[in-house]
Design a protein around this ligand. Structure first.
Ligand code: SF4
Ligand code: SF4
Length: 444
């Protein structure tokens, strides 16, 4: 039915709730133990390369990438490996994980030295060694992404989800490593142009990045509209370059940013690369925005990867007195997921932990669809959520295919704008999963 889909910057005008934006990041005290899953990325799980009883230091390799599309995993604390066990991850998938009892000393592994990089192959090898993945949420291995040949590097500093302020703090606190990371990627990957996209609700970050890049050839800063989801890859590419990622590329595969000549890196990812090139310390810690009406001390806190949510909550003063905890969300309120308990570890790609009271977490009662079309108007991918959900209810595979259900990026805008409070994006997720499973089954 649809030959091409015209995306728009429609989206949703979500509240910002960036109460922690002005707060300096604090370091979490070393937890007693961490649980580090060997599958924190898109692709093959890493293979464990330590055993129970082994001593590890901060930065010691504990999981070796299981293939090209995979990522190394490193110890985030110094101490002793207590177990290698199967654990259920917060999104329900089982994975192997390394449990480490911390000695509290946080001794760095002497093997962590700055890499020598002289060309693109060397940069990609260094990135692969340090286990860098898209830390803004996607968890896609960065060396795979940077293998593409493109003309534009887009740095995603939009941070469009409510509550989250980790990228804003990265820009304000670690601007030198952001610049170092950008310089390295542009130089070794021979990318002539770089655009740093930042939503207009972060004027301090825009000013700082403008002043730091003024004399960098090919680098510009683009203030973006405050319209969710500005940070979604395809929306960002359109906003910054005017280019559209094709639905399918020349090989007939789903279009990627590289098909529009772009690579998108989250601002914290490129900064992590800058830090690694300078210090040789791989990705072992993560800044989280801990927020919501149920947490005693909302803040940005840097925690060792593998720290349990419960320990992070305790480090932020615990649950507010007199408040009954209703929901824990990992990530932002639009694209994050609900955690069934606080008994899960922080992953490389986590950037927020939101804690809401029972009153705040209660879901509104949905009413019948009034065919108002707001979900269509609000979809940044140009989809027709209301019609797609109808096709799904009728198990209409061809209807879902014609309406490009697979392009849904799960941004949640359709649910947010629906006046009938219907669970539109949740049904979109079910529709997409069913469609992809049917397509795989039947080779359709
Ligand atoms: S969740 Fe999917 S259908 Fe809904 S607005 Fe986002 S991209 Fe569109
Ligand atoms: S926004 Fe809600 S009520 Fe309006 S058409 Fe979409 S699903 Fe129906």
């Amino acid at each position: 039915m649809f030959k091409t889909l015209k995306r728009s910057a429609a989206g949703a005008a979500v509240p910002h709730e960036k109460g922690t934006a002005g707060m300096q990041t604090v370091q979490m005290p070393v937890p007693k133990e961490v649980l580090i899953p060997l599958q924190m990325h898109i692709g093959a799980p890493a293979e464990p390369c330590v055993q129970k009883g082994d001593s590890v230091k901060v930065g010691t390799l504990i999981g070796k990438a299981g293939g090209f599309v995979s990522a190394n995993i490193h110890a985030s604390v110094s101490g002793t490996v207590k177990a290698i066990e199967d654990v259920r991850m917060v999104h329900g998938v089982m994975a192997k994980a390394v449990r480490i009892e911390a000695d509290g000393a946080q001794t760095p592994d002497p093997a962590c030295v700055p890499p020598t990089v002289t060309d693109k192959a060397g940069l990609l090898a260094a990135i692969q060694a340090c286990g860098l993945v898209g830390v803004g949420g996607a968890g896609f291995p960065t060396h795979v992404k940077l293998s593409a040949k493109v003309d534009t590097l887009l740095i995603n500093g939009a941070e469009c989800e409510p509550y989250l302020t980790t990228d804003a703090r990265e820009m304000l606190e670690c601007s030198d490593t952001i610049i170092a990371g950008i310089e390295a990627v542009m130089k070794y990957c021979e990318i002539p142009t770089c655009i740093i996209g930042i939503e207009r609700n972060k004027p301090e970050c825009i000013d700082l990045m403008c002043s730091l890049t003024r004399d960098m050839p090919g680098v510009t800063v683009k203030p973006l509209p405050m319209r969710y989801p500005q940070g979604a890859e395809k929306t960002l590419i359109e906003s910054c370059t005017g280019r559209e990622v094709p639905q399918f590329n020349d090989a007939g595969k789903p279009g990627l940013p590289a098909d529009a000549g772009c690579i998108v890196m989250n601002v914290t990812s490129v900064s992590t690369l800058g830090k690694y090139l300078k210090t040789g310390m791989p990705l072992v810690a993560k800044r989280l925005t801990v927020e919501g009406d149920a947490i005693a001390k909302p803040q940005n806190i840097e925690v060792p990867i593998g720290t349990m949510y419960a320990d992070v909550i305790a480090a932020c003063g615990g649950i507010r007195e007199g408040v009954s905890l209703g929901k824990i969300i990992f990530g932002g309120p639009m694209m994050g997921g609900a955690a069934p308990s606080a008994d899960f570890p922080v992953l490389k790609q986590n950037n927020g932990l939101l804690l809401f009271s029972r009153e705040k977490a209660v879901l509104p009662e949905p009413s019948p669809c009034i065919r108002c079309g707001r979900c269509i108007k609000g979809c940044p991918m140009g989809l027709e959520p209301v019609n797609i959900v109808e096709c799904f209810n009728n198990k209409d595979f061809d209807g879902l295919k014609a309406r490009c259900v697979d392009l849904c990026v799960a941004c949640g805008s359709c649910t947010y704008v629906c006046p009938a409070k219907r669970l539109v994006s949740q049904n979109m997720a079910l529709a997409k999963a069913w469609y992809l499973a049917e397509a795989r089954k039947g080779g359709k």
